[in-house]
Design a protein around this ligand. Structure first.
Ligand code: 5RP
Length: 271
């Protein structure tokens, strides 16, 4: 692997721990102004310094993130469909590699909807993106998307999707946590991160999912809603960081979350 590719990957997967906390705020590209992501800058600003990298579209980046940021950028470059359209899977490439480099992205991200009528189109788009990325040293992160069919998040489907993504050249794969996740991770020859999915009922649920994913072979998270839809998103991302980078147990992470939450409250009271 060439120096540039290695260097970019090291901005996502921290060499100190071999783990990654990616903050995903790319949802608007198909969902519009989804809850708690209505005003991008307001959601991103308090969280960006706690993320190892930030995943978003070029429009969100240019409009809502300061160019002085030191947080590496993973650019979502697939899209073209919406939640109210015919199919979420009907995606194409929406950003050129040239623009990704202009924006100083450390990786480009593309969804693949395996098993849909658009599978071939998605996979060929991904392969072409890999060709472009390898030429200039930009890693491709493949997202094993399920669209509206959340029930598809089972081990057999995710193992299949992750393996195909890696075989086609993705340097990192983003998938979902599931029962039997160790099989998903162990049969994927490149590092896997998990998405959080829709907001879980409790903080502990999100901490347990993160902890178990790491234990079973994920290198980290690329998490969105379970962080920024939480009433205390900063406390949430700090606790997730502690699990990912310090192997903190879920109950300990909950204590950390509670203390961070209350810390803010008492600081505010003092003012
Ligand atoms: C959408 C995405 C999102 O970035 C991904 O789902 C992560 O966010 P969340 O934790 O909210 O699921 O790739 O296709």
């Amino acid at each position: 692997m060439d120096w540039g590719m290695k260097n970019r990957i090291s901005k996502i997967i921290r060499p100190e721990t071999g783990r990654a906390v990616m903050l995903a705020v790319d949802h608007g590209y198909f969902l519009g102004p989804t809850r708690d992501l209505e005003v991008l800058r307001k959601t991103i600003s308090p969280l960006i310094s706690y993320a190892d990298s930030l995943m978003l579209t070029r429009g969100a980046l240019r409009s809502s993130v300061d160019s002085q940021t030191t947080t590496p950028i993973v650019l979502r470059v697939s899209g073209g469909s919406s939640v109210i359209g015919e199919s979420l899977a009907n995606e194409g490439l929406i950003t050129s590699m040239e623009d990704a480099i202009r924006l100083n992205a450390v990786a480009v991200a593309i969804s693949i909807f395996v098993g849909t009528q658009y599978e071939k189109q998605n996979l060929l788009n991904m392969a072409e993106l890999v060709n472009q990325g390898e030429r200039v040293g930009v890693p491709v992160l493949a997202v094993t998307a399920v669209g509206k069919e959340l029930g598809k998040r089972d081990q057999r489907f995710l193992s299949l999707s992750c393996r195909i993504a890696a075989e086609l050249g993705a340097r990192i794969v983003k998938t979902y946590y599931c029962d039997g996740f160790e099989k998903v991770a162990s049969t994927c020859p490149v590092p896997c991160v998990i998405a959080g999915g829709p907001k879980l009922e409790t903080e502990l649920d999100a901490f347990e999912m993160t902890f178990n994913a790491i234990k079973k072979g994920a290198v980290g998270v690329d998490m969105g809603r379970n962080i920024w839809q939480n009433p205390k998103p900063v406390a949430m991302i700090k606790a997730i960081r502690a699990i990912v980078h310090e192997n903190m147990k879920p109950q300990e992470a909950l204590k950390l979350y509670e203390s961070e939450k209350n810390l803010k409250k008492s600081a505010a009271k003092k003012k």
